[in-house]
Design a protein around this ligand. Structure first.
Ligand code: TYM
Length: 340
């Protein structure tokens, strides 16, 4: 690490190429990505190699990857202040992934909540890729010797494994990797429109940051509020309402106080509140929709940004792998002279 980078500290995070950023990604992680870019040496990967652990369509995959890059830049990630790149363009990710696989405790992998959720009832048909997913994630982080990892709450367990693997490597081969710590936002787990499960594109319970105002209104109309408020005249309970938690993130203090009061006294109905929230979301995300349209009109600029990101990431990754090979006693004809 350059002395400058060492002083500032390294940040790495990643996101799956789902085609668009949703509110959960934005409030749970990407806001922090942008904030940290101001003062740290930041690397952000669109993790296409992670995405192939689930079934996907090769025909639409490039558009999904491109859509995520557009979303991130439109959301405010500044390529002058951080490095945005595609994971598969830096092959050292999978190289370190294999090395860490040889140190990874199988039991800890089998106990991962996300692995259990995603494997469902597939039994022995489950792929090894899904099981090894968090090891590859650890490699993404350790490759950059990142000590800070801005993520949502659902990734905290994966970071625990990254720390285990850093420790195991350091114990076996000498101090090489720092132990990475998760950085959470205040909105570390945004619930979806169903008000019950984590917002995610695969559950189709999300609001995309690039959704147009009409789509946001349609989606908000289906949002769950207080399940006990059956009639318009029933007093509401904002403290159990998911839409109210969004007010707390997005509205000014006077609006929060008014919604709270008028919901409890049944002056404000759930539907009207949801449409108010639809307008707030549309306005909040308006600059992002505008920037996305500009970016889409200049695909060559997008390529340049990602290529420059991969180059910067590759330089750090190659240096780490050189150290790793040396520490592990892997003799490489190109890297060190033969001894003995
Ligand atoms: P992914 O693509 O599912 O999500 C990207 C980031 O968004 C956060 N997030 C949320 N935060 C709050 N509420 C939600 N509803 C919500 N949904 C998503 C996630 O916590 C994450 O920070 N395994 C990772 C990708 C990854 C990675 C890495 C992350 C691969 N390598 C290295 C950090 C470091 C994932 O699938 O995130």
């Amino acid at each position: 690490m350059s002395p400058e980078a060492e002083r500032r500290g390294r940040v790495l995070s990643g996101i799956q190429p789902t085609g668009e950023l949703h509110m959960g990604n934005w409030f749970g992680a990407v806001q922090n990505w942008i904030r940290l870019s101001e003062s740290y040496d930041c690397f952000y990967a669109i993790v296409d190699y992670h995405a192939i652990t689930a079934s996907y369509d090769p025909a639409t995959f490039p558009a999904a990857v491109e859509g995520m890059a557009v979303s991130l830049l439109a959301a405010g990630l500044d390529p002058e202040k951080c490095h945005l790149f595609l994971q598969s363009e830096v092959p050292e990710h999978t190289e370190l992934g294999w090395i860490l696989t040889s140190l990874a405790p199988l039991g800890q992998l089998q106990r991962m909540t996300q692995f259990k959720d995603k494997s469902g009832d597939q039994g022995e048909a489950i792929t090894a890729g899904l099981l090894m997913y968090p090891v590859q994630q650890a490699a993404d982080i350790l490759l950059y010797k990142a000590d800070r990892v801005p993520v949502g709450e659902d990734q905290v367990q994966h970071l625990e494994l990254a720390r285990t693997l850093a420790r195991r490597f350091n114990n076996a081969f000498g101090e090489t990797f720092p132990e990475p710590q998760p950085l959470l936002t205040e909105a570390k787990r945004i619930l979806g429109l169903d008000g019950q499960s984590k917002m995610s594109k695969s559950k189709n319970n999300h609001i995309g940051i690039l959704d147009d105002p009409e789509t946001i209104r349609e989606k908000m109309a289906t949002a769950f509020t207080d399940p006990q408020r059956l009639r318009r005249t029933d007093p509401g309970r904002p403290w159990v309402c998911n839409v109210f938690t969004w007010h707390k993130l997005l509205s000014d203090p006077a609006t929060i106080e008014r919604v709270d009061r008028e919901c409890r006294s049944a002056v404000l109905g759930c539907y009207d509140d949801k449409m108010m929230m639809a307008d707030i979301l549309s306005e909040t995300f308006r600059p992002m929709r505008e920037r996305a349209a500009e970016l889409r009109a200049r695909p060559e600029r997008l390529r340049e940004i990602l290529a420059a990101g991969a180059e910067a990431a590759g330089a750090v990754a190659r240096e780490t792998m050189r150290e790793v090979h040396e520490a592990m006693g892997l003799w490489q004809t190109k890297r060190s002279p033969a001894t003995a």
